[in-house]
Each structure stands twice: as C-alpha cells, then as structure tokens.
Write a protein that binds this ligand. Structure first.
Ligand code: SF4
Length: 428
C-alpha cells in the first residue's frame, strides 16, 4: 500500500455521491477530489485571463471559474474556452442572459447563485439549455446572499436555510429534467459552513463543492479555509474544493492542492508537465508531443514545470508561469524559459532539446539559462508568429461565430440594452 493510500485510508471513507463531468474532469462518484480557483482578471481581457488560467493550472487547479458579468465577458469566454488547459466555469449572478451567453461561448459549467437569480422561468430556461448542451451547473448558495424569503423564514443564514435554498433550486431543475448538478453551501463562518455541508451531505447525493467564503488574506484566510474544508474532507464529505483568498489566486490553487496531498487524497507531484488542450491554431499533434515529453522527462525526476504548447502564437505567453516550455510553429520548436524564447530548433528535435534544456535548467538555474539564450531566437519566433497569423487568419477557433450568437442572445433575452453589468463581480 502506497503512502497516499495509507493516509487516506485513515480518514472517514468518502460519502458516495453521483458523478458529473465538468469538461474532462469527473466530480463525485469516487473521482479524485478536484481543486478549483477563480480568475481575478476581467474576463474580457482574453490574454490576461488565459495567462492566469495557465498559472492556476500549473499551481494545481483542475477547474477554473471566470466571472461572466457582462456581454464582453461572455465574448471573452468564447475566445478563452478553446485555448484553456482546464475546464472553464462561468460565474453567474443576477442576469440569466449571461448564463445563456456563457453557454453559447462553450463553457464547461455554470455556477448560479440562487440568492440573486430568482425568477423561476429564467432558472428553468437556463437549466433546460444546460441540459440540451450537456453542461453541469453548480447551485452556489452563499450565506451572505441568501434568498430574502429564507432570511425571513429562518431569521438568519442557518444551515437549514442554506440547504433549503439549494433544495428549492434543485426542484426547479428537476421540473425540467435536469440533474447534472453539484452543490455548495458556503459561509464565511467556518462553524456554519461545516454544519451546512454536513446537512447538505445528508440531504443530497449530488457532489459537493466545499469552500469557506470571503476567508480573507493569508495567513488567516488559509487557516479558515483549511479548518473548514479539511474538517469536512476528514469526515468523507466533499468532491471538489476552493480556497477563497484575498490574494493572487495562484495561492488558492496551491493551497487546495497541498491540502489534498497532505490528507493523502491526491498524489504528490514531482515533474509537473502541463500541455495546452490544442485548438485551431495548433501546429503539431500536441497530445503525441506531450506524451513523448512525459516519457522522456518523468524518470529524470526534475522538480520543474514543463509546458508543451501547440503554437508559438500564444503558447509562450499562456504558459509563461512554467519554468520551461516548447511551442510549435512552422516546422520548428520554440524553446522558452519563463515565457521568453531562448532557442529555435527543428520540429524533429523538439523533445530532445526540451529534455536537454530541462537538465541544464535544474543544474544551472533560470538566470544562467536565460543569459545563454540565442541572440536571434526572439526575432525568429516573432517572424514565425506573424507567418502563422497570416496563414490561419485571426480566428482559427471560430470564436467570432459564437460571439455573434452571444450578441443575439443577450439582446433577445435582456432588456434590449445588453447592459448586464451590475452586481456580477467575482464571487466566493
Ligand atoms: S494551439 Fe496555441 S492558442 Fe491553441 S491552445 Fe495551444 S497554445 Fe493556445
């Protein structure tokens, strides 16, 4: 029995839940507990958001959530989703048309807040459309934005009130035959959150997303998150987790990963190989190159993050948080360290060059390897980037088609102004 199996076997066995899929990530039903985080960029800032998504994935996030609070955010999602290395969930508050627009954008999941999206007809419309597209929804109840009727009924945000809010939303979903759901009942009080999740786990067999909301900056935020999430995980409750920190979200992803590793619920990472999902811009078979690189690197046991990216147009920027990476373009491999191109090699030598550079990077350090960069590598990469843009055009992922549909959808469903921008900021 491995160390991981040994320590996790000392915890209360995990409660059985249904399984759903957020893109390629299984949640619940015995799947590994996944780590989530949320971007802090404006979702309309596609390059900035993607760079953060890659940094989160490199730090251990399996799923990333982005706010979808305005039409420009939905349009950003249409461009982000095909290039994201992990499934993307759209965070929705107040505006059901933003949920419909996010579905048009191709997101892998939605998060709805029953406390501020309250019209039955709108909730059912979103659930029907999610069902047709096979996209799961998280019912994200939050003690701080509980449905006013439930405040009245219970006099406060009690565990019963939080669970009833989820149950009401679930009943609407069930009326349209939608059950592809996970549930969260977050609170900023650790004790309240623990009690609410215990009750939720007795009430529902849907997967539970754990979190202490508005936990604040580290170290207090980390301690609160760990107290709440860790206590529940030790009781066998929880299928996916998110730390809500007032900090760089990379810290959230890292903390989530470390907590799961410390409880023996996820494997420890040595070499961390990340790869882009490939998209209309890819210049190589990313899956094959990533497999080859993994096979060549895994026995070397190097403590670095290595990225395999399908194109030099966006790859080095998207994976700039990785220590080292290779991006394809024009039958060449563009080797980069911390996002900076240091060498260009023939495509057939990509993996060999990556392995050699990985070893030198570990023995000599980042500064020395950046100093040893080929002087003309950046210029050559820039020429390849331009040539690829000319060849494939600016929209190889057909994001513009989705964006046209988003615009029609928002203006059909909204009040005609398309100004669905208030009150939908980053939420816990
Ligand atoms: S092929 Fe290029 S743009 Fe597409 S996901 Fe990979 S790195 Fe990003």
């Amino acid at each position: 029995m491995g160390a991981m199996q040994l320590s996790s076997s000392l915890l209360t066995p995990r409660r059985s839940t249904r399984q759903i899929h957020v893109g390629g990530v299984a949640v619940g039903g015995g799947a590994p507990i996944s780590v989530q985080s949320m971007t802090t960029t404006k979702t309309a800032d596609v390059e900035g958001t993607l760079a953060q998504v890659y940094a989160l994935a490199a730090a251990g996030a399996d799923i990333v959530r982005c706010t979808c609070n305005e039409e420009a955010a939905a349009e950003g999602l249409a461009r982000i989703v095909p290039r994201s290395p992990v499934p993307i969930i759209a965070d929705i508050h107040f505006h059901h048309e933003m949920a419909l627009a996010a579905l048009e954008a191709g997101v892998h999941g939605l998060r709805l807040n029953p406390g501020n999206l309250r019209k039955e007809s709108e909730i059912k419309l979103v659930a029907s459309e999610a069902k047709d597209r096979g996209v799961p929804i998280r019912i994200g109840v939050n003690a701080g934005s509980l449905h006013p009727d439930l405040y009245k009924k219970y006099g406060a945000a009690t565990p019963e009130a939080l669970v009833e809010s989820a149950r009401m939303e679930l009943a609407y979903f069930e009326e349209v035959g939608f059950a592809d759901v996970k549930i969260s009942v977050k609170a900023s009080s650790v004790a309240l959150m623990i009690a609410a999740y215990r009750l939720a786990s007795e009430t529902f067999d849907h997967p539970l997303h754990l979190g202490v909301t508005e936990a604040g900056p580290p170290p207090a935020g980390l301690l609160k998150g760990t107290a709440g999430i860790g206590a529940l995980l030790a009781e066998g409750i929880g299928d996916t987790i998110r730390y809500s920190l007032t900090a760089d979200p990379v810290e959230e992803a890292r903390a989530g990963r470390q907590l799961l590793e410390s409880l023996g619920l996820r494997e420890r990472k040595g070499l961390d190989l990340i790869a882009c999902p490939s998209c209309g811009r890819a210049q190589v078979d990313v899956i094959a190159v990533a497999k080859e690189a993994q096979a060549a690197l895994e026995n070397l046991n190097l403590p670095i993050q290595v990225a395999v990216m399908g194109c030099v147009v966006n790859g080095p920027g998207e994976a700039r948080s990785a220590d080292l990476g290779i991006a394809a373009g024009k039958q060449k491999g563009h080797l980069f360290i911390k996002g900076k191109i240091v060498r260009v090699v023939p495509e057939s030598e990509m993996v060999g060059a990556l392995v050699a550079e990985a070893e030198r990077l570990v023995s000599e350090g980042v500064e020395a390897r950046l100093a040893a960069a080929d002087a003309d590598a950046e210029a050559e990469a820039e020429a390849d980037r331009r040539a690829m843009l000319d060849e494939r055009g600016p929209d190889p992922n057909a994001s513009e088609v989705r964006i046209d549909r988003i615009r029609k959808r928002v203006h059909e469903e909204g009040d005609g102004s398309g100004a669905a921008g208030q009150g939908g900021g980053a939420a816990p």
